[in-house]
Design a protein around this ligand. Structure first.
Ligand SMILES: [Zn+2]
Length: 296
């Protein structure tokens, strides 16, 4: 029997790079992208074009990748602008990455308070942005920010946001536990419900580690049907970090029997790739990063 495929999406160069005390330069990003490509992940999120000069330089001259697809991260359009005339979205799409991942809000509280726009306008922002991105990139992902909190607060609204993104052409709907506060049994129950309306082969999971459950939550989501897992090398990420791909990859392959696109020989490179990230972070710390090992 052929094994079911689960796709791996690395966020080290975006979520990881936003971590306090981490300051990747272009050379660091290129080196890490090459290591990730050699390891065999499916997607590498290179950063946020238009957000800072490093990410612009990286996407201006991206490394040639043999196995992975490069993804550019960005936000849905702002309120009051068309997707075509939004400078932030134009910068992301202008990077010409084959994949584009757009984050949008799905928690009604966040729409009301953080965005301060009507709930209908937020739905339009998601729909327009995904549809426009589809005309510029091969593959579009929708990152459903705070999805699990949104689902608990207002299930109908959270699901409506996913539905419009999916119908607008998103290849992947990525369920984000942005606060890292959801527990594995909740993830499994909620993803099971979501997978009844959007097929699991179009669902991804993006977990933060604030309750130390990011890896467990990612595995629970796969059990419930998602077929893309987002995470970072060594779990590098804001606050308590992201789901650790170094733990997730062998768990999915060896314990759960999924095909994640890596061979057994690729798996032997995991330790090396993990150490390369440590070395890059250590070097940044020696050059003056605030929270490096010798400053703790
Ligand atoms: Zn994140």
């Amino acid at each position: 029997m052929t094994k079911e495929r689960v796709y791996l999406y690395d966020v080290t160069l975006r979520d990881g790079a936003q971590t306090q005390g981490v300051d990747f330069g272009v050379a660091d990003k290129v080196a890490l992208a090459r290591e990730l490509d050699r390891l065999g992940v499916d997607y590498i999120e290179g950063g946020w074009p238009g957000a800072n000069p490093t990410d612009d330089a990286f996407f201006g001259n991206p490394p040639a990748l043999k196995r992975a697809r490069l993804s550019a991260f960005g936000m849905t359009r702002r309120s009051g602008r068309s997707a075509e005339n939004d400078p932030g979205l134009s910068a992301v799409l202008g990077a010409k990455a084959p994949c584009v991942c757009l984050v949008g809000k799905t928690w009604d509280f966040q729409v009301d308070v953080a965005l301060g726009v009507s709930r209908d306008e937020n739905v339009s922002m998601i729909r327009d942005s995904i549809a426009h991105a589809k005309t510029k990139a091969d593959e579009v992902l929708f990152d459903a920010e705070h999805f699990f909190d949104g689902y608990k607060a207002n299930l109908d609204y959270a699901l409506q946001c996913l539905d419009v993104a999916y119908k607008a052409g998103a290849r992947w709907i990525v369920l984000c536990d942005t606060n890292g506060g959801t527990l594995p049994h909740e993830v499994e129950a909620i993803v099971t419900e979501v997978a009844k309306r959007i097929p699991g082969k179009h669902l991804g999971i993006h977990c933060h580690n604030d309750t130390e459950n990011a890896v467990a939550n990612s595995l629970a989501a796969v059990r419930a049907g998602v077929r893309q897992v987002q995470g970072s090398l060594n779990g590098l990420g804001e606050r308590c970090g992201n789901a650790n791909l170094i733990s997730i990859i062998p768990s999915l392959m060896l314990k759960m029997g999924y095909d994640v696109g890596l061979s057994k020989a690729d798996l032997t490179h995991l330790t090396h790739v993990s150490r390369v990230l440590d070395e890059r972070q250590g070097r940044i710390a020696r050059l003056g990063g605030r929270e490096g090992p010798e400053h703790l």
